[in-house]
Design a protein around this ligand. Structure first.
Ligand code: TYD
Length: 134
């Protein structure tokens, strides 16, 4: 869980509207291979509920708010994201669920690998077994 990090992104204040950004390996600790976003989330829904073998992710609430629930097999932690200039670094082998979405929330996620279904661990018991073995 110590590897999880809330990262403050640059915020260029401007009366025309503020601007934030992140770059490969500068603000975030990996090179970006993929970007995806989650939108139009209906009330009460949750996303995720899995861990990744290899991939690292960086998660931002571009709009609205939601909670990221993290489990490393021993500790649990919930981090609320509600600012577009804060991002959450989630390394591999952390179980993560996104929940408690506000209306019109927009989740931006960048990943260290291209999509690979084999990188998912979708069974929590299997995840815990793997963590115990490491
Ligand atoms: P999934 O990662 O399971 O969604 P979540 O964890 O947010 O609940 O992905 C849902 C579906 O979308 C699944 O069929 C795989 C597909 N998908 C892609 O094709 N490419 C991607 O980059 C992602 C993240 C998902």
């Amino acid at each position: 869980m110590k590897r999880v990090k809330l990262i403050d992104l640059p915020k260029i204040k401007d009366h025309r509207g503020n601007l934030s950004f992140f770059e490969n390996s500068n603000q975030i600790p990996f090179d970006i291979k993929r970007t995806y976003w989650i939108h139009d989330v209906p009330g009460g829904a949750f996303r995720g509920g899995h861990a990744f073998m290899k991939s690292h992710e960086f998660i931002i609430a571009l709009s609205g708010s939601f909670d990221v629930v993290l489990k490393d097999g021993e500790l649990n932690k919930t981090i609320s994201l509600n600012r577009s200039y804060h991002g959450l670094y989630v390394p591999n082998l952390i179980w993560r669920t996104l929940e408690n979405f506000s209306t019109n929330s927009l989740v931006l996620i960048v990943s260290s690998i291209e999509f690979d279904d084999n990188d998912y661990i979708r069974d929590f018991k299997q995840f815990q077994k793997l963590k115990n073995e490491i």
